[in-house]
Design a protein around this ligand. Structure first.
Ligand SMILES: Cc1ncc(COP(=O)(O)O)c(C=O)c1O
Length: 390
């Protein structure tokens, strides 16, 4: 049996989610904008899903805009959030340890004349609040910061970022927008405290055992934003296009399921992560933990550099043992040049090259962790012997 440890790239959907989506496709195929009964039935399904997603935010349903996923939510919040404030200033603050959909959205803004500045991160990939503070000036319109780093799992000090935005906004006499990319934390950590202070929060369904191609952007009631996609005026005019009703329905159910017994689930996954790290540490030396295994990181991500081994080669060898992992963010792992996040954390080229991300989900077991650790140790030892490491 394969051991799937790439849950930060995507997760296996719950059977209940699949069954519900199939039933929606078969029976509730109306267009939610149609005025007849079939349309109203589809609209009811979208409304129920919106309620379920809003409940995770602890927010009103009007704050939830369905999108095609995290990438679109990030593009909308950053590009359109900043452009809608362009008369007030042109500075956007972010970090180099963000997902490519954030960094590329910022690059698109730079091409429009925005001043994009990057706050420093520490050696665990955590943003340094003093660095954000030093960059926040009267020209600042938006700060974008990830909630949980997708490569290392560290939890960002978002409260400090909100405090800085508020203080800077008071000095400038206007509100400074804060966007949080919560794709890796939604349904795993509480995001209600974020929703009380953020202007925009991006989330995605396929990271919590829901379908691909569905996500949401939380937009605070008083936040200013223009649509990225225009047309029929769906989603309060903020995201036109006929709603992907089955995927939205699946997203809603996955969000509801994620809310069941979250502490017990987190404990179980944390125990798996500890067991995997212990098994690997006992079997091979010269490894470096990137991020943390403590309470300042999520339980489902473990990033380790195996010195003297190329991560990509290890990944393929592990696949022969039926263990699926990744070398970094799935969307950037096919690109050359290594992880931008690990580089921002100050890892050497050798440490970055030997990095493997193990990411856990609801279906993993402790027994799988023992088998995965055994496979990792045997592959690493073999490569080190071949390469006459030390
Ligand atoms: C932190 C983060 N943001 C955004 C995304 C993009 O989400 P999606 O795949 O739904 O477009 C990902 C996906 O890996 C992610 O990990």
């Amino acid at each position: 049996m394969n051991i799937y440890l790439d849950n930060s790239a995507t997760t296996k959907p719950h059977d209940e989610v699949i069954e519900y989506m199939v039933s929606v496709m078969r029976e509730s195929y109306g267009n939610p904008s149609s005025l007849h009964g079939a349309g109203l039935a589809a609209e009811r399904i979208v409304r129920e899903a919106r309620g379920r997603v809003a409940a995770v935010f602890g927010a009103k349903t009007a704050c939830v805009i369905f999108t095609s996923g995290g990438t679109e939510s990030n593009n909308t919040a950053i590009i359109r959030g900043a452009l809608s404030r362009r008369r007030q200033g042109r500075r956007v603050i972010t970090t180099r340890a963000e997902h490519p959909s954030v960094l590329e959205s910022c690059a698109a803004l730079a091409a429009e004349g925005f001043d994009i500045v990057y706050a420093d991160v520490d050696s665990d990939g955590r943003v340094i609040p003093a660095s954000v503070e030093a960059l926040a000036n009267d020209n600042t319109v938006l700060i974008s910061c990830i909630h949980v780093n997708n490569e290392t799992g560290v939890i960002q000090p978002t409260d400090a970022v909100f405090d800085i935005a508020e203080a800077c906004g008071r000095r400038a006499g206007r509100r400074i927008g804060v966007h949080v990319d919560a794709v890796q934390s939604f349904g795993k950590l509480s995001v209600a405290s974020l929703a009380r202070r953020a202007d925009f929060i991006s989330v995605s369904a396929h990271k919590l055992h829901g379908p691909k191609g569905a996500g949401a952007l939380f937009v605070a009631r008083d936040a200013r934003i223009e649509p990225l996609i225009v047309g029929g005026g769906q989603e309060r005019g903020l995201r036109s296009g006929t709603e992907n009703v089955p995927a939205i329905a699946g997203f809603g159910l996955a969000a509801l399921m994620a809310g069941r017994d979250p502490n017990a689930r987190a404990e179980r996954i944390a125990a798996c992560k500890r067991r995997l790290l212990e098994g690997i540490s006992a079997g091979v030396d010269d490894i470096k933990l990137n991020g943390s295994c403590g309470t300042d990181a999520v339980p489902h991500i473990l990033n380790i550099s195996f010195l003297g081994v190329k991560g990509e080669v290890l990944l393929h060898d592990l696949e022969r043992h039926g263990v699926f992992v990744s070398t970094g963010a799935a969307c950037s792992s096919k690109k050359k040049g290594g992880s931008r996040v690990l580089a921002a954390m100050g890892l050497s080229a050798a440490e970055s090259e030997g990095a493997i991300r193990f990411s856990l989900g609801d279906f993993n077991t402790e027994e799988e962790m023992d088998r995965a650790a055994e496979a990792v140790c045997s592959c690493v030892r073999r490569f080190r012997n071949l390469g006459r490491y030390r």
